[in-house]
Design a protein around this ligand. Sequence first.
Ligand code: NCD
Length: 306
Amino acid sequence: MRHLMSPLDFTTEELEQLMDLADDIQGNTQKYSQSCNGKKLATCFYEPSTRTRLSFEAAMLNLGGSVLGFSSADSSSAAKGESVSDTIRVISCYADICAMRHPKEGAPLVASLHSSIPVINAGDGGHQHPTQTLTDLYTIRSLKGEIGNMTIGLCGDLKFGRTVHSLINALVRYPNIKFVLISPEELRVPEYIREDVLEKNGIEYVEIEKLEDAMPELDILYMTRVQRERFFNEEDYLRMKDFYILTNEKMLLAKDDMMVLHPLPRVNEISVEVDDDPRAAYFKQAQNGVYIRMALILTLLEVGVC
Ligand code: NCD
């Protein structure tokens, strides 16, 4: 039995297979519509979510399975003091696979150690968000034809943004990737990412503050929101929240084929006027999340196509 805690739980070859499967699902949805008949996905979300939870549920429903779960800690027995390990032992009796989001780093990992069904980390605190990374890699591959040989700008809250941490972890395994890390001083990527991931793997990167300076050289711009819920005080959040706003004017500085990604939700960091730019790919990215999660569920459940 396999769990998914980090994008590194899959080799790059396995990721290619997963993305090939997602491509096939996208082109032949009907073929997969009964693949998970009789199977149940539990979504255990102790933190807010729109895309991740609903795309997981849509994925399972598209596969002919069913879904159950909770969407906030308040509506689960966590509010009564139940531990994650007890909860997952019980959920293991009700479902075949579980996607879990939790504000505490490592909580889905703890769950996986006490689970008799596959557990998927659907975001743990400011740590990792592997299924967003699968979505991001799949979107990059669909847009650019390959993953590698590109300069990627990551912009915004690089300190608390778990999508950024997971994506960097995953991308360092691909050839000739250069990062431009664009953030205010206070929101730089954590030291462990710089030292243990980027430097250890000999990856070229620069850290800068001004988005405009980076724009002309980027092949991908990955925008992120400032993670309000992880700030220690509201004052700091208010000071940081509008640090970056991508506008049509700034888009003029970019290459004609520079694609803009964002895990969403967006707050102010991408002006809505950019949505009409053909290089804005974030809504397509959200749609891709369903196909790659369908591929992931099939893979972890070891289900063949009916
Ligand atoms: C992200 C998350 O939850 O980390 N959202 C998502 O799953 N698409 C990004 C965010 O909340 O900023």
